[in-house]
Design a protein around this ligand. Structure first.
Ligand SMILES: [Zn+2]
Ligand SMILES: [Zn+2]
Length: 216
């Protein structure tokens, strides 16, 4: 159950991330009103042992053996079962240190540049000619939806990252890429369609969008 996965701790409401707040809204029956009610608190109280295990990749400088890849991974957070291969190479001094899931919930963030959507993705002036806008056009989306799509992709990606629902991609000296599946309604009939978004992992739970559309 998602709630169980998402909450291992009792957190004060003002410390919850926007995502947790939106989850809260779903589980906060309107008839109870704006009160921070006991029912909700009960949902938050879950054994700490039920929280998913997250780890922080930590690079330790030992002499001159700085490696670009390990330096990029330094401080990055991963679900324990979905971390890059460790150790990364012979004599890698990095460690995978457990981190508190509450820390992940409170501080993980997704970030994207608007230019990735307009002009890049929707390509209104047909400059890039990558054809990535075709799928969106067939689902009824135009450049007028760029702001909505940007916010929706950031929101869903954060929720899925927190739930450990991501796939590791290429790792090199630029860093670790992950992909996250995004679902949006097809305009008109409301049937859901999905596609993969691409992200680069940075330290302390930051994900930065590399491509809004990395394929079906
Ligand atoms: Zn290394
Ligand atoms: Zn290393």
């Amino acid at each position: 159950m998602y709630i169980k996965k998402a909450y291992g701790y009792v957190l004060p409401y003002d410390k919850l991330s926007p995502v947790s707040k939106s989850l809260r809204a779903q589980y906060d029956p309107p008839e109870i009103g704006g009160n921070y009610n006991k029912q909700w608190v009960a949902l938050l109280v879950i054994q700490k042992s039920a929280a998913p295990g997250w780890v922080k990749w930590t690079h330790h400088s030992e002499g001159k053996t700085h490696c670009d890849v390990c330096l990029k991974l330094d401080g990055c957070w991963f679900l324990e079962s979905k971390s890059p291969v460790w150790p990364h190479h012979p004599f890698c001094h990095c460690t995978l240190d457990p981190i508190d899931y509450a820390e992940v919930l409170m501080h993980a963030k997704t970030y994207s540049e608007y230019s990735k959507f307009d002009p890049y993705l929707f390509d209104p002036d047909n400059v890039y000619k990558h054809g990535k806008n075709r799928a969106f056009a067939s689902w009824g989306y135009t450049v007028a939806d760029a702001r909505w799509l940007q916010a929706e992709i950031e929101k869903q990606a954060l929720e899925k990252y927190l739930a450990g629902d991501y796939t590791l991609g290429k790792l090199n000296k630029d860093g670790q890429r992950i992909s996250i599946r995004i679902e949006i309604p097809r305009k008109g009939n409301g049937k859901m369609v999905s596609f993969l978004s691409g992200w680069m992992v940075y330290s302390n739970g930051l994900l930065r969008l590399t491509t809004p559309y990395g394929g079906k």
